[in-house]
Design a protein around this ligand. Structure first.
Ligand SMILES: [Cu+2]
Length: 160
């Protein structure tokens, strides 16, 4: 289902947040279409997805958020014909190459949620990105909650 290519307000907000939080030299990470999957009552974890493009080689090493007690970087991968999720220490961001965090692949996992996340809500996150010299910088991201059954970012049709 890649038909709809809605220019996401969420992405626009995120870019604004980023522009506001970053100094001029930091304008090297583009965060597109950040979204979080909404939750049902008593659901304790959910995923956050986005597309990251770093102008220079970098690595996403951590993500922080007040929305959950623990925030981990995860990957989904086939293991013995079963889709399994595991924590990874980081995600490499090759220069100029878009890296997708999406359902079925890399994602940010919010664990022990502070409360339920309803569709349309905004969740503030901070990405911690390391450059080739292992200098860290922090990038603010605002992810909008999409309904539980959302499987792909509307912007996924982009580039196809
Ligand atoms: Cu996960």
């Amino acid at each position: 289902m890649k038909a709809t290519a809605i220019k996401s307000l969420a992405a626009a907000f995120a870019l604004c947040a980023f522009a506001g939080a970053a100094s001029a030299q930091d304008a090297s990470l583009s965060v597109e279409d950040p979204w979080v999957r909404a939750t049902v009552p008593n659901q304790h974890a959910t995923g956050v997805f986005m597309r990251l493009t770093s102008a220079a080689p970098g690595r996403l090493v951590a993500v922080e958020s007040q929305a959950a007690k623990h925030v981990e970087i995860h990957e989904m991968a086939m293991q013995d014909n079963v889709m399994k999720m595991r924590q990874v220490p980081g995600i490499d961001l090759p220069a100029g190459q878009a890296v997708e965090l999406k359902p079925g692949g890399y994602h940010v996992m919010l664990i022990d949620l502070a409360r339920q996340i309803a569709p349309g809500e905004h969740i503030a996150l901070t990405l911690v990105v390391e450059d080739a010299r292992r200098q860290q910088r922090r990038v603010a991201v605002d992810a909008v909650a999409r309904p539980l059954n959302a499987t792909a970012a509307p912007a996924a049709g982009h580039g196809h």
